[in-house]
Design a protein around this ligand. Structure first.
Ligand SMILES: Nc1nc2c(ncn2[C@@H]2O[C@H](COP(=O)(O)OP(=O)(O)OP(=O)(O)O)[C@@H](O)[C@H]2O)c(=O)[nH]1
Ligand SMILES: *[C@@H]1O[C@H](CO)[C@@H](O)[C@H](O)[C@H]1NC(C)=O
Ligand SMILES: *[C@@H]1O[C@H](CO)[C@@H](O)[C@H](O)[C@H]1NC(C)=O
Ligand SMILES: [Mg+2]
Length: 379
């Protein structure tokens, strides 16, 4: 039989177990309820642990930043709730590259960034940082989208287990990245960008300036990983692209990378795209007449909401179709991971970048990689 005391003990242990499970599985819950935070008002002063005198410090910044610089920013789209993942990405960005080069960061969000978000970010870098608020109409589903049709499609995708198929915010994000990030007020003053996402890993030191490389070589788009898109998210995308090609033959340069996108000279799409969670690119290319017309054409077709077109296939088709193939660059010296794939530089490049990835864990020529289709464009 249960005595009242045993009840109390049982209930207490259930509550405590739940608390610890939630603390470890949901960081935000842990933050809000941690005992040290609850008690922080009554903290005793710390004992004197001793400080290291200033003369012991040596800063790796005595020579000033290289005088030749590109007109560039590192850009991150993020929610306040992405902070933990952003911090992880940004610390590596600083350590592997930007501590040396000090390119400015631009953070974008459709909601104002919290004070905590901004403080945490500013602590991580000496480089300038700007926080931007995305205008309403650049983010949310436009009026002219038929919501009944859009929600029917979402229901359908949920039934078919399409990844992010039921999500409107994800669609807003994909459309924003496809056609609006480069038009943001804070982005206008730049020509080049490096897109970084939360929770990515950079494995190697980057001791040269990739923006200057892009500029000097007149590249417009750089990638690290290329894979096929899920068919279910883009059923009518290629037909829409083909209409665009027919209506705008003058915007399609000969010598583009069509053979990366299509195995049959443009009849069908092989679903290959550059994985857009990593991008180094030329903003003026997206702002140019060709891509602008291309994006408007796709946007009017409504597939960002009636289907679930991703910014990765849209950017990739845009770049491969509208730019001469030489303007697309594979950053084979950058070791990179975004779940669930990673690539790792090989031999000399692995050594040069002091990479910590296992060179055998490399997506480049796995069966699922589209890199061979990119390679064949140049052979
Ligand atoms: N401000 C804002 N940013 C978002 C929103 N949804 C996604 N993002 C950002 O957009 C980028 C892509 O979103 P992710 O959730 O990483 O999408 P994904 O890479 O396709 O999928 P994951 O496998 O979950 O990484 C990331 O930089 C996110 O922080 C949103 O609703 N608002
Ligand atoms: C180097 O960094 C330290 C610490 O951030 C700073 O105090 C110092 O002024 C910097 N020196 C130069 C030359 O930028
Ligand atoms: C940087 O690039 C943007 C876009 O091309 C341009 O408007 C701006 O004038 C450039 N700034 C500098 C300092 O060159
Ligand atoms: Mg991501």
């Amino acid at each position: 039989m249960m005595t009242p005391m045993r009840y109390v003990v049982l209930v207490l242990s259930v509550v405590l177990t739940l608390h610890f499970i939630l603390t470890f599985s949901h960081p935000a819950y842990g933050d809000a309820t941690s005992f040290s935070r609850l008690l922080s008002n009554q903290q005793k002063p710390l004992p004197p642990h001793g400080t290291v005198p200033d003369e012991y410090y040596w800063y790796d910044n005595s020579t000033s930043v290289s005088s030749r610089r590109a007109n560039a920013t590192i850009v991150m789209l993020a929610r306040n709730s992405d902070l933990r993942g952003i911090v992880k990405s940004m610390k590596q960005m600083e350590d592997r590259f930007n501590k040396k080069f000090r390119y400015p960061y631009t953070f974008l969000n459709e909601e104002p960034f919290s004070a905590k978000f901004k403080e945490t970010i500013l602590e991580l870098t000496d480089a300038p940082v700007e926080f931007g608020l995305i205008p309403h109409d650049d983010w949310y589903q436009p009026e002219w989208i038929d919501e009944a049709k859009a929600s029917a499609s979402r229901e359908d995708m949920i039934k078919n287990d399409v990844i992010y198929g039921g999500s409107v915010p994800y669609r807003n994000m994909c459309r924003f990245n496809s056609g609006f990030f480069y038009k943001q007020e804070l982005m206008r003053k730049y020509k080049y960008y490096w897109r970084v996402e939360p929770d990515v890993t950079f494995f190697c030191d980057l001791d040269y300036d990739p923006f200057l490389f892009m500029q000097d070589e007149q590249k417009v788009y750089g990638f690290t990983i290329t894979i096929p898109e899920y068919e279910a998210t883009i059923p009518t995308l290629w037909d829409t692209v083909k209409d665009f090609i027919q209506e705008n033959p003058d915007l399609i340069p000969s010598g583009n990378a069509m053979d990366y996108l299509s195995d049959d000279g443009g009849e069908t799409y092989n679903r290959c795209h550059f994985w857009s969670n990593f991008e180094i690119g030329d903003l003026d290319f997206w702002r140019g007449e060709a891509y602008e017309k291309f994006f408007d054409h796709l946007d009017r077709a409504g597939g960002f909401y009636y289907e679930r077109w991703g910014d990765a296939p849209v950017h990739s088709i845009g770049a491969a179709l509208l730019a001469p193939k030489e303007k697309i660059h594979f950053f084979h010296d950058i070791g990179y991971r975004h779940e669930p794939f990673q690539r790792c530089p090989q031999s000399d490049e692995h050594r040069r970048g002091k990479c910590w990835c296992d060179a055998s864990e490399n997506f480049d020529y796995e069966w699922y990689s589209c890199l061979p289709k990119f390679d064949r464009v140049f052979t």
